[in-house]
Design a protein around this ligand. Structure first.
Ligand code: GLC
Length: 755
């Protein structure tokens, strides 16, 4: 409510301010069908140095959510001075239109503003969090969700989303795993491409599209100890083999912009890293887009300690390859004097300003500054009914069935029985959107309780409920009521998990269990002896060891967005056969972290350890294996892989490996199965992981049906980087698996690659 009031106060304020003062135009002296570079060059000649630096400055719109230092309240004054290239966090059509009018009518050259926003998993229609979406392994559906997010946000005046986040992470203590696609570089790269395409359409400036932003460059997901904003440090071979691929994939997918990460990498803050931003990004990857820093990342260098003052921070960032300063004002306050002091060149400043102006021209803002502010679009392209259908489809496909003892699920609609729904998420209005759902319209959200109530209507199933406890805290007063409800029921649905502000940015955790007050309630209910099904709401892999040992079934439902309740009900009653598979390892305990499937073998591998011979790479208290591995997810049916064949057993480096296999659905219900293809490069330097995902496909397989799946992989895909970052072509012996999960070694074949 407070936020809405603030927005309206701004609207009134802007409305008064908006004197229609005829100003100059950025298109003066040049026709709009001239080449973009010519248009930019012509405009640059008319711009003052202050105005060029102004384009390189982004402010958070006053009154918006600040994810760092307090936002600058002089937005309008800066706009009028031509000191605002972009604004972030304005998400209201009227506010954006009035701010754009300010720039067009009341700044000297009338250069339009670029409006950016974190449209991370939907805008008004919220989809599952990205980590959940990655568990669908459905690239086309991921792309579709992003195209809807782009349509809704661009209809509201947004031109630019700060997504996709493509940071690979192996550490569930880090809250931002919620925003990514898990631990694997190949899957992360494929999803990065799908998300860029969804946001940008076929080309930059397409109708109903927004500019994508690859973030956070680079390796932010490896913060030490999983602690937010902490240091990252690694060998170049690890950086290039495990962490850079998704950024590169997004660059190759023609993402328009890239955001630098907060962290320092190998001793240099990313926003000051010429190695990252120029040597790799521009010179090796040929990135032509625009580089924006993360929020106040430039002034934060004074804390990092790589510079001694803000002028040095401005110089370091510009010279490293940064084009736009997000909410730092450091460029604005320092670049002019740095230039006059001959510490930066006009060329560097003009290159940065040009990349920003070029994007504005490419998305049509120079030809029509109100192109993204069309009332008809706003009406027609926001919250269409079919958007809900896509949200439901993605929510269903994101759910991962982790345990299902004696096939207790799906629940029956035919029998007469009572369900007890117990836990914080049995409440009506519950935050099931997850972080980064700032612009959500939550009025349509249906809680799990009401979705199930709707599902069982007219049947002989009854549902009763009790909150039992809150998400956090120590109050157990509700336990008695929960016990009472459980005693009346035939089966207990445990609606438990994290709340929305336990994962996401600045939400690292040292413990990754379900909060004690909930787990203790489960232990109390366990003693009653009824079957218990956990419906888990969370933004990261959790330590579910107790739950796995004590409950009958576990459904990982993440934060599923607007259609959470309906998707859970559909899975629980078998209207959709769960098909999600984990994209991030679930540890047995936090002590195993970092734990991931594509690990190295070591010289004393776990596989050789015995109960007596313990001089191997093991723990004395816990097995090395995770609780649930990468690629794992159960179904209400079973899928059997047979007859794995290769086109050749010996290939040269120019050939394509073709793999076929048969997959049988041996159950009584249709389902979709994600078949995964892994390899192992047995002998090389640097040594290679015990497994690497190199292909996958999600296939609908009817009950009793056998399908043939095919994968074609150019052998060059098995290349890797050495410690000098040279790309090494594959040579030698390989193992290959076609599998239902990364721990499925049942179908192993061999092949070799020669020069
Ligand atoms: C935040 C995040 C970044 C986001 C930006 C703008 O601090 O790190 O992902 O896009 O600021 O909100």
């Amino acid at each position: 409510m407070k936020r809405k009031l603030l927005v309206w106060v701004w609207l009134v304020f802007l409305g008064i301010l908006n004197a229609q003062v005829h100003k100059d135009s950025p298109n003066k002296n040049i026709s709009s069908d001239s080449p973009i570079n010519k248009r930019v060059a012509t405009l640059l000649k008319r711009m003052t140095l202050d105005e060029k630096i102004g384009q390189m400055t982004q402010f958070a719109f006053y009154g918006s959510t600040a994810t760092g230092a307090v936002v600058d309240s002089n937005t309008i004054i800066h706009i009028r001075r031509g000191e605002v290239g972009s604004l972030l966090n304005a998400d209201n059509f009227e506010v954006i239109r009035n701010l754009q009018k300010e720039a067009v009518n009341n700044s000297r050259l009338g250069i339009p503003i670029l409006f950016g926003m974190d449209v991370i998993h939907g805008f008004r229609t919220i989809f599952p969090i990205p980590l959940a979406q990655s568990a669908s392994w459905d690239l086309a559906l991921i792309e579709k969700c992003e195209s809807i997010a782009a349509m809704e946000s661009s209809a509201s005046g947004i031109n630019w989303t700060f997504a996709p986040m493509v940071d690979i992470s192996r550490d569930p203590r880090w809250g931002r795993v919620l925003e990514g696609a898990g631990e694997d570089p190949y899957l992360g790269s494929e999803i990065a491409k799908a998300r860029v395409k969804g946001f940008q359409g076929d080309k930059i400036g397409s109708a109903n599209s927004v500019l994508a932003c690859i973030k956070h460059f680079a390796a932010y997901g490896t913060v030490e100890a999983g602690r937010e904003y902490n240091t990252t440090d690694m060998s170049l071979q690890n950086l290039f083999n495990f962490y850079l691929p998704p950024y590169k994939a997004a660059v190759d997918a023609n993402a328009a912009t890239l955001m630098t990460a907060f962290n320092e990498l190998n001793g240099v803050p990313c926003s000051a890293s010429k190695y990252l931003l120029t040597d790799i990004l521009r010179n090796r990857w040929n990135f032509k887009g625009m580089v924006v820093t993360d929020y106040t990342a430039i002034p934060e260098m004074l804390y990092h300690g790589n510079v001694k003052n803000e002028e040095e921070a401005a110089i370091a960032s510009l010279n490293a390859g940064v084009d736009m300063d997000m909410q730092g004002s450091v460029f604005l306050k320092n670049l002019k004097q740095a230039y006059l002091g001959k510490k930066v060149t006009l060329k560097n400043i003009e290159e940065a300003a040009s990349r920003i102006l070029k994007l504005k021209i490419m998305i049509g803002l120079f030809d029509n500054p109100y192109r993204f502010l069309n009332e008809e679009n706003l009406r027609n392209n926001t919250e269409r009914p079919e958007f809900d259908a896509t949200a439901l489809e993605m929510a269903r496909k994101s759910i991962v069935l982790l345990k299902n003892n004696q096939n207790i699920l799906p629940l029956s609609l035919e029998k007469k029985y009572t369900i007890a729904m117990i836990g914080p998420y049995s409440a009506d209005k519950t935050g099931l959107n997850g972080e980064w759902s700032l612009s959500a319209n939550k009025t349509h959200d249906v809680s799990p309780y009401w979705a199930i109530t709707k599902k069982i209507e007219g049947n002989s199933v009854k549902i009763i409920r009790s909150l039992g406890c809150t998400i956090n805290g120590t109050d157990t007063a509700g336990y008695a009521d929960a016990r009472r409800i459980a005693q009346q029921a035939d089966i207990v649905l445990l609606m438990m998990g994290e709340n929305e502000n336990m994962s996401g940015e600045a939400h690292s955790r040292t413990s990754i269990t379900i909060p004690d007050v909930q787990r203790n309630l489960m232990k109390v209910l366990k003693r009653i002896g009824k079957p218990m099904v956990l419906i888990l709401t969370n933004g990261r892999p959790l330590d579910l060891s107790w739950e796995d040992a004590n409950l009958d079934a576990i459904l990982e439902t993440w934060f599923l967005g607007r259609k959470s309740g309906d998707a859970m009900a559909d899975i629980l009653f078998g209207d959709y056969n769960p098909s999600g598979k984990l994209t991030m390892t679930f540890p047995r305990t936090i002590g195993q972290v970092p734990i991931y499937y594509n690990h190295k073998n070591t010289g004393r591998p776990y596989s050789l350890a015995t109960s007596t011979e313990r001089y191997h790479s093991v723990y004395i208290d816990v097995p090395n294996t995770p609780l649930y591995p990468f690629g794992y997810g159960l179904s209400y049916t079973n899928y059997k892989i047979t007859d794995v064949r290769l086109n050749k057993k010996i290939l040269n480096q120019r050939e394509v490996l073709k793999v076929t296999a048969k997959v049988t659905n041996s159950g009584k219900i249709d389902g979709e199965n994600t078949v995964q293809l892994y390899i192992q490069d047995l002998v090389n330097i640097p040594t290679r992981p015990v497994k690497e995902l190199k292909a996958f496909g999600k296939f609908l397989i009817r009950k009793g049906e056998t399908i043939k799946v095919e994968f074609s992989i150019p052998v060059t895909e098995f290349s890797f980087y050495d410690d000098k970052t040279n790309l090494i072509p594959p040579i030698g012996e390989f193992k290959l698996w076609v599998a239902n999960s990364s721990d499925d070694n049942s179908k192993e074949v061999n092949f070799a690659v020669v020069k």
